[in-house]
Design a binder for this molecule. Structure first.
Ligand SMILES: [Zn+2]
Length: 132
């Protein structure tokens, strides 16, 4: 059985002013339905809003199709089979080598290109000059 309310009953409603669920007093009924309530906290009269029916605002999670570089970097480091090498523009590298860059830190060679290699560092992937 549903609880029945009448003007003067106390009811918990979402307060449109306080933005939270609070004790309200029923002011007006529309048949069986509570129509208007008065907030006992701020005193404002507004439509009854069932707290259970009030949708919580969706937490918008930033969705990006690409994984963050640091996650990729960690995955690449974990899979890297190559040697740890100090990066130099004249170096020759292979996919999977770990490069130590004096500025960017540790990177992993992901792809080779003509005289360049794609290296994933913790913050982002960079195209580095090499002797490949
Ligand atoms: Zn209120």
């Amino acid at each position: 059985m549903q609880e029945t309310y009448s003007a003067g009953s106390s009811i918990v409603s979402q307060c449109t002013k306080c933005k939270i669920s609070l004790d309200h007093t029923v002011v007006a009924m529309a048949g069986e339905v509570v129509a208007k309530v008065k907030c006992r906290t701020c005193g404002s009269t507004h439509k009854f809003r069932d707290p259970a029916a009030v949708k919580k605002p969706r937490v918008s999670r930033k969705k990006s199709t690409e994984p963050p570089a640091s996650a990729l970097w960690q995955a690449c480091l974990a899979q890297a089979r190559g040697k740890e090498l100090v990066y130099a523009m004249t170096g020759r590298y292979r996919v999977g080598d770990i490069l130590i860059h004096d500025k960017f830190g540790k990177g992993v060679v992901r792809k080779l290109a003509m005289n360049k290699c794609h290296v994933v560092f913790e913050d982002k992937e960079r195209l580095m000059a090499s002797a490949n």
